[in-house]
Design a protein around this ligand. Sequence first.
Ligand SMILES: Nc1ncnc2c1ncn2[C@@H]1O[C@H](COP(=O)(O)OP(=O)(O)OP(=O)(O)O)[C@@H](O)[C@H]1O
Length: 291
Amino acid sequence: MSTVQEHPTPAAHPRGATAVEIVGAGRVFGGRSAPVVALEDVDLTVAAGEFVSLIGPSGCGKSTLLRLVADLDQPTSGTVRVFGGSARDARLARDYGIAFQQAGLLPWRTVRANVELPLALAGTGRASRRERADELLAMVGLTEFAEHHPDQLSGGMQQRVAIARALADSPSLLLMDEPFGALDEMTREHLQAQLLRICAETRAAVVFVTHSIPEAVFLSDRVVVMSPRPGRIRQVVDVTLDRSGAATPGSGPHDDAGDDLRTDAAFVAAVAAVRTALHGGGTGPRGVDLR
Ligand SMILES: Nc1ncnc2c1ncn2[C@@H]1O[C@H](COP(=O)(O)OP(=O)(O)OP(=O)(O)O)[C@@H](O)[C@H]1O
């Protein structure tokens, strides 16, 4: 099993301990005649190293919120700060890695060259780039496909390449929009466990959009439950699980999928808490301590 241990763990980000700070953010699409209020008055702070998932009904603004953080779109009201600066500065400084629903690979580059791209942009030398890309391709199970081109891979395989690319430069922040949505269940659980391990090693903060309640609970320190359009934060569920087992490399081929955690009573209770919040039951305790 490949790990990312030989890459240095980044110290706390030089520009501050808060990865993302969103204050009063709104996004209205369209003209005055038929405006679509995608987001309204969203406040959210993600600490450095924190894993936060966004969950909510289709069209509630999850992707829009992530795009504001990535500086792929701008809020019509409120502010978005990333590591204390503007979202634009963070984009230009390549402070974050992104893995979105569409893999977005460059079709003329090989799989390995796609994974190497963030490192090439950062000026990393050829040998180090190759070593890192091969390590990540092993992690996502695509070693044999390093010399292939994206159109020779299935959609799920392309998505795994995109995840490897997002991790290549060990970013302090990962922005992920349903990155595992197209994968079969076994691969999905394997990559969830790998992602936990990577986050434990690199202390990267993650903002993760998903439709899967178990996935959100398995991965997250906090699950942000959004309401139907106009998207607002309905409830934040704090999830306190002991993930040390799931985040530690195992010795067997299948013992890294966090199976123990997923069958734990505390995990099941957290899933129920998020489900209740999603269905509108926001009257319970804000924090759910399940240790
Ligand atoms: N570029 C755009 N122009 C107009 N409307 C948009 C645009 N992007 C998003 N919207 C609208 O904003 C709302 C939120 O969309 P968004 O994609 O953020 O939702 P989502 O929660 O990510 O949905 P899903 O779970 O289905 O991916 C939707 O009503 C969508 O139609």
